[in-house]
Design a protein around this ligand. Structure first.
Ligand SMILES: Nc1nc2c(ncn2[C@@H]2O[C@H](COP(=O)(O)OP(=O)(O)OP(=O)(O)O)[C@@H](O)[C@H]2O)c(=O)[nH]1
Ligand SMILES: C[C@H](OP(=O)(O)O)C(=O)O
Length: 212
């Protein structure tokens, strides 16, 4: 069966919650490297992808649609145009692997969903996207379950550390540095981030100074 992925992406001034540990230029570079890891995993499953970008962006591995509106409006603009199952995946999931995505894509339910840390939603796979709509931010995981219920869809909730860990806060960098495998993890090491163990706890240091 043919699937298509939708990846929302904000190239300019992204990941503001990492401002205390990265400059704007670094956040833009890091967000782009994370996106590259996500696109690579998605493409290895056989999915094609469209990026929903807030500003002009060039990408060889995916189609690009420039949508200046907010995250929900951009995705809800795209969904009714789908004639095949849709995978909606965030660009800040650099630990995702093709194998973890296969668990989502092989669901027998009408829809599969991966919660994000703290109540968000990191991945949605919906076999009939046309009537579906998204409501991200806040407790979006519960809201997406409710929308599925209203549409009478069966739902599989996928329990996956790799896909539930979105990189939002400095503390999320610890998980990426431990469990990551792709270019985003490399980028952190190349930019002076390192793991350190202090009083039996793993922390992140940058250029010798503790940041998490
Ligand atoms: N199309 C679109 N995508 C967005 C927008 N805001 C964020 N995104 C993308 O949506 C996903 C989740 O966003 P967040 O985790 O809030 O990322 P962010 O806005 O860069 O980070 P913060 O500034 O820390 O909130 C990421 O893939 C972002 O690149 C938007 O306004 N439009
Ligand atoms: C978009 C939002 O992501 P977060 O702000 O939790 O990263 C959500 O998952 O609803």
């Amino acid at each position: 069966m043919y699937f298509h992925a939708l990846i929302p992406y904000k190239p300019v001034n992204p990941k503001t919650r990492l401002s205390s540990v990265m400059t704007q230029e670094e956040r833009e570079e890091f967000a782009e490297v994370m996106l590259g890891d996500v696109i690579s995993a998605v493409r290895k499953t056989g999915c094609t992808a469209t990026l929903l970008c807030t500003s002009p962006y060039t990408c060889k591995e995916a189609l690009v649609a420039i949508r200046k509106e907010g995250l929900n409006e951009a995705i809800n603009w795209a969904l009714p145009q789908f004639h095949c199952p849709a995978l909606i995946i965030m660009s800040d999931l650099p630990m995702v692997t093709p194998g973890s995505l296969q668990r989502v894509l092989s669901t027998k339910a009408d829809m599969a969903i991966v919660p994000g840390l703290g109540g968000g939603t990191n991945v949605i796979f919906v076999k009939r996207p046309e009537p579906f709509r998204v409501e991200y931010y806040g407790f979006s995981f519960r809201r997406h379950l409710q929308i599925a219920e209203e549409l009478g869809l069966t739902v599989e909730i996928i329990d996956s550390m790799r896909m539930s860990t979105d990189v939002d806060e400095p503390s999320d960098l610890v998980e990426l540095m431990i469990h990551g495998h792709g270019n985003a993890r490399e980028w952190l090491y190349e930019h002076g981030f390192a793991l350190s163990v202090e009083n039996g706890r793993v922390s992140v240091v940058r250029n010798g100074e503790k940041i998490v």
